[in-house]
Ligand binder design. Structure first.
Ligand code: ZN
Ligand code: ZN
Length: 354
């Protein structure tokens, strides 16, 4: 317990020394500048598109960067150092692509075909999908549905009333804060959990902040598109969003999956609902309709929990109805499921820094 208190204290110190950024928020679709509506090529990942058609045996500039991408999201073992990556299309890359294709329900070709590249360049959550088992010889696992963090952490039973607070220096408007309130409600509706906004980050269970680039936890943001946000597993409660994205905060068109045909503006509530899933203990899912699916295209809006999300969260907390709470104990972790390293990284970074 003392360790958790220390971690919370260090997290607050992080907020003090790392300046948050001021993100851009658009209150409705019509306020988005025309230059952003058809601009889907602002992401650095778009350069991967030129690798189309590459397969084993090829050598092409950019393949080493693609290997870093796959390493970041767990498809290449983290024990392989970035500087060992070459521009050779080797068997390691082929294996990573094949696993990725399986996770994203793509045809398993092991090649950089068009559908695979289209998926790779989509903006997505910064949390990894899979982690390679550090024990030699074990293979990467493929995700099929909801999953949990290793050890299946969740908020303790005595803590069903969770508080959240915003980093003060973001100076968020009530309109922006209300987007998060709506997102929390979606999870509260299907669990025994309740979420209350706190005006102070001190003592809050969950702290929400927009940051740009490197912000002290070893998981730097990358500017427009690319990674959008990341969050820690329970009970750390750190929820970071990329302050260099353009965010849409409109609650309109709730039932419309696609807001705009192509845009580099990201729907904030969609990302918030996803990251709260992590904060409560869920990992990524390969079910495309699920909130916990890792990617979302610019202009997409997905805020309704899918059956897969609800089944996953209720395995952790029950359904919230009195008398039939069905919290599970122990753990089927879905064959190992997804493994997240973020909170560990945060912990290590903070302990090293102080
Ligand atoms: Zn995620
Ligand atoms: Zn972060």
């Amino acid at each position: 317990m003392r360790f958790l208190q220390l971690l919370t204290l260090l997290s607050l110190l992080l907020l003090v020394i790392v300046p948050p950024t001021s993100a851009t928020f658009y209150t409705n679709v019509s306020s988005i500048p025309p230059s952003h509506l058809l601009n889907a090529t602002r992401s650095a990942w778009e350069t991967f598109s030129k690798l189309a058609g590459c397969h084993v045996g090829d050598k092409a500039e950019g393949l080493s960067k693609l290997k870093q991408y796959f390493r970041r999201f767990g498809y290449i073992s983290s024990s392989v150092a970035d500087n060992n990556f070459t521009d050779d299309f080797d068997d390691v890359l082929k294996s990573a692509i094949t696993t990725y294709q399986n996770n994203f329900n793509l045809k398993s070709t092991g090649k950089l075909d068009a559908p695979t590249l289209q998926q790779i360049v989509k903006p997505r959550c910064g949390n990894p999908d899979i982690i390679s088992d550090m024990n030699a010889g074990k293979k990467l696992r493929t995700v099929a549905r909801y999953s949990f963090f290793p050890g299946k952490p969740k908020w303790p039973k005595k803590n069903r009333e969770l508080t959240y607070a915003f980093v003060p220096r973001n100076n968020l408007t009530e309109e922006v804060k209300n987007v998060f309130a709506r997102a929390f409600t979606r999870w509260a509706d299907v669990t025994p959990l309740n979420f209350t906004r706190s005006e102070s980050v001190v003592g809050a269970d969950i702290v929400i902040g927009f940051f740009a680039g490197e912000h002290g936890d070893g998981e730097p943001f990358d500017g427009p598109m690319g990674t959008l946000a990341h969050a820690s597993s329970p009970p750390t409660g750190m929820f970071h969003l990329d302050g260099e994205e353009d965010w849409l905060i409109s609650g309109e068109d709730v039932n419309r999956r696609k807001i705009l045909p192509v845009t580099s503006v990201v729907d904030l509530e969609s990302v918030a609902v996803h990251e709260i899933g992590h904060l409560l203990g869920l990992g990524h899912s390969s079910v495309e309709d699920a909130i916990m699916y890792p990617a979302i295209a610019g202009g997409d809006r997905k805020v309704e929990l899918a059956k897969d999300d609800i089944e996953g969260i209720q395995r952790l907390y029950g359904d919230g109805s009195s008398g039939r709470r069905s919290e599970t104990s122990g753990g089927d972790e879905f064959g190992g499921g997804l493994v997240f390293r973020l909170s560990l990284i945060v912990t290590c970074m903070l302990l090293v820094c102080w």
